[in-house]
Design a protein around this ligand. Structure first.
Ligand code: HEM
Length: 445
């Protein structure tokens, strides 16, 4: 390990090819040598120990507010064009503290509730089978673009109640907006991306406005309809708030779900003995899901701000500083997880932080678990055999969403009818969400 990696700034180090490929050795060093590490690039403290990360996620003194969407390096006309998008971004539940956070979160708990997803579940299963059947015929697929992303896009379309003919266009608008929020703020390319984003924002906002009007007239079971249905004494979500939370956050969440599916399949393919065991004992699916989410965590970073000087983990930390919580590092902390670098599909308990915890814990956590279960179960059920190709994988840096950009595999189908009965057993073992809760974790563990 380079002597200076910590001095050069962890944020920069995480962009280096070797840590993009595998950030875990750097995390290990941070956890043991510098669990509270000052990074001059982000002006923030990097936290890597499970106990510290979990405590920070749940700490009400920390804020998620004021992470503004910075367009100051773009030409003034584009800044003006993007201002409405910036205002909508600020309405995202994640960027609000209580009591505003609670007001925004309540309708989302209702909108993303088990019933909404149960409605979508069988259709998603059918789509997973259809995608796999196509891959079996072609004998190959890119897991990312031919499977994970299509399943996630299908989920968005169904949850929003988008007519099938408009789905591709709608998701493309959201993708273009997402591209802007993750683009580097320099170069002419960013100007082009921003120009497209302005058009996409106007298009998506106009479309969602018509959806809201229709749902105000007639109740609809989809997430927009459910989020608009207010309880007595509740202030209803505004149009911008529906857009921010039901559309943009659903889109971002679905990209996380797609990354979870890809990462889970890659981990299984790299651990063929574990994959074989899951095929043999599909009732392991419940613990397997949690372990796959822990092992290669898609969202590796959560950020918190500090409003006034506080004492945290025995240190005084001041305002204008950030806490950069490395969820992926916490999920590999040996003090919490025995032999943390080993994939163990039977691991229990497994209180990973892949969905965050505390007030900002993921509202779509159980939905994402089901999406992941469907994606894996379809492969088990069809007896689809996947094999990695020798192509070198390109990872995103951990500071973005940690996943590979493509995952080409060879595909075959092994049909053994004797296995089918076991698969029905697996379905019975899949944890079901039981209630609409204020807390993100709906499964008993
Ligand atoms: C259907 C898919 C998803 C939806 C709709 C969704 C939605 C959300 C929302 C609305 C929040 C903010 C909650 C709040 O501030 O109260 C959130 C937080 C979070 N989500 Fe998701 N999510 C989805 C999937 C995922 C997946 C698959 C992952 C990763 C495995 C993930 C990881 C997280 C994390 C780590 C947080 C906490 C961030 C923080 O505390 O800073 N989400 N999610």
């Amino acid at each position: 390990m380079d002597k200076d990696v910590l001095d050069q700034g962890v944020f920069f180090a995480l962009q280096e090819p070797k840590y993009v490929l595998n950030p875990y050795s750097l995390y290990r060093r941070l956890r043991s040598e510098a669990p509270f590490h000052w990074d001059f690039v982000l002006c923030g403290w990097f936290l890597t120990r499970y106990a510290d990360v979990r405590a920070a996620l749940a700490d009400p003194r920390l804020t998620t507010k004021s992470f503004s969407f910075d367009v100051s390096q773009l030409p003034p006309a584009l800044q003006d064009g993007l201002a409405p998008f910036g205002r909508v971004k600020k309405r995202e539940v994640l960027y609000n503290d209580p009591p505003e956070h609670d007001r925004l979160r309540r309708p989302l708990n209702r909108a993303f509730n088990p019933a909404a997803f149960e409605r979508v579940l069988p259709k998603m299963e059918a789509v997973a089978h259809e995608l796999l059947a196509g891959a079996e015929r072609r004998q190959s697929m890119d897991v990312v673009s031919d499977y994970s992303e299509l399943l996630a896009d299908y989920m968005i379309g169904e949850l929003l109640g988008l007519p099938p003919a408009n789905r591709a266009k709608f998701i493309e608008w959201c993708n273009r907006l997402k591209k802007l929020t993750t683009a580097r703020r320099m170069g002419y390319e960013t100007v082009l991306i921003a120009t497209e984003a302005v058009k996409s924002f106007e298009a998506v906002r106009a479309y969602v406005r018509t959806m809201i009007i229709a749902r105000r007239e007639n109740f609809s079971e989809d997430v927009i309809g459910r989020s608009l249905a207010v309880e007595p004494n509740e202030t209803p979500l505004s149009e911008d708030e529906v857009l921010a939370n039901c559309v943009f956050f659903l889109h971002a969440g679905a990209r996380n779900m797609s990354a979870s599916i890809t990462n889970a399949l890659l981990a299984l393919l790299r651990h063929p003995e574990q994959f074989a065991r899951l095929r043999e004992e599909p009732q392991l699916i419940a613990t397997a899901l949690e372990e796959l989410l822990r092992y290669e965590t898609p969202v590796q970073v959560a950020i918190r701000g500090i409003l006034e000087e506080i004492e945290f983990a025995g240190r005084r930390i001041g305002p204008k500083q950030l806490l950069v919580l490395l969820l992926g590092a916490a999920n590999r902390d040996p003090k919490q997880f025995a032999d943390p670098d080993r994939l163990d599909l039977t691991r229990r308990p497994n209180h990973h932080v892949s969905f965050g915890v505390g007030p900002h814990g993921c509202v779509g956590g159980w939905m994402a678990r089901f999406g992941l279960a469907i994606a894996i179960e379809a492969i088990l059920h069809r007896q689809t055999e996947l094999r990695l190709t020798p192509r070198k994988l390109r990872w995103n840096p951990a500071t973005m969403r940690r996943t590979v950009r493509e995952l080409p595999v060879l595909v075959n189908r092994r049909v053994h009818d004797s296995q089918r009965s076991k698969l029905n057993v697996a379905r019975a073992h899949l944890p079901r969400p039981t209630r609409v809760a204020e807390t993100p974790i709906l499964f008993s563990r």
